[in-house]
Design a binder for this molecule. Structure first.
Ligand code: DC
Length: 243
């Protein structure tokens, strides 16, 4: 998998360009929180789940079963993935030049992503891409194994969690035509797959700061994490930004 991916365009100045890892289970709020933290710090937000989703979507389009490890792995190794941000816009996921940012959000593609993510060769194909993206710092990267495997040297690691009921409720609000119990079961199955796989399972890094978002509004979670980032020397737009 090659990746001429856009690096962070955020202004450097004197401020420190941290690597911030945000991990957690499905619908723990990590995507929204990571995006907003990145916006406040003028960092690049990288949604690594979208990369696994891109592999699942491409397999589906090519008629390759998600369980066909060898075929899915070869397909993943051949994809050209780019994470592009133009000033003032949300980052876009380009796969072989096609913008898949919206298509990968489909509910069944999330389930497929969790299946292909358990294939070790898929994970190694995506590992280099993720590290390349984060190499210059100034990134907030969210996923399942960012603090433990992808960026073990991240200056700030956050592990977000929320109760299964609350996460199911959030997911159901996104897909209200679905049955709540079915949504809850899907999330529980996904958690189980993500936590028990052999390679890079979902877990908090030993040095991660934990935040439970069950009763915590998103804006408060963002404020807390931005505070942690500033304690570690990251400046913010509009401040003097000690480096
Ligand atoms: O965050 P998400 O729901 O978009 O992720 C979809 C799936 O991708 C998730 O169930 C597990 C996998 N994934 C992973 O294994 N490692 C990551 N760093 C990110 C996602």
């Amino acid at each position: 998998m090659s990746r001429p991916i856009e690096g962070p365009e955020a202004g450097g100045g004197a401020r420190r360009q941290l690597k911030i890892a945000v991990d957690g289970p499905a619908s723990s709020g990590k995507g929204t929180v990571a995006r907003l933290v990145a916006r406040q710090l003028d960092y690049l937000w990288i949604d690594t789940g979208a990369l696994y989703r891109a592999v699942a979507l491409t397999a589906r389009r090519r008629g390759v079963a998600w369980s066909s490890s060898e075929e899915v792995a070869s397909l993943a190794e051949g994809l050209r993935v780019e994470w592009v941000r133009e000033r003032g816009e949300e980052p876009k996921l380009l796969v072989n030049g096609e913008d898949l940012s919206l298509a990968v959000r489909a509910e069944e593609i999330g389930a497929g992503a969790s299946i292909v993510a358990a294939i070790p060769r898929v994970r190694s194909a995506l590992l280099g891409v993720q590290r390349h993206l984060a190499a210059r710092g100034g990134v907030v990267m969210d996923g399942r194994d960012i603090g433990t495997v992808v960026l073990p040297d991240a200056e700030l690691k956050v592990y977000l969690d929320a109760s299964l009921d609350e996460r199911a409720r959030r997911r159901w609000l996104q897909f209200p035509s679905r049955n709540y119990d079915a949504v809850r079961l899907d999330i529980a199955e996904r958690d189980d797959r993500d936590r028990t796989r052999v390679v890079a399972p979902l877990c908090a890094a030993a040095d991660a700061l934990r935040l439970d978002t069950t009763d915590l509004p998103i804006e408060e979670a963002v404020t807390i994490i931005v505070g942690w980032a500033r304690e570690r020397g990251s400046g913010s737009v509009g401040t003097s930004g000690e480096g």
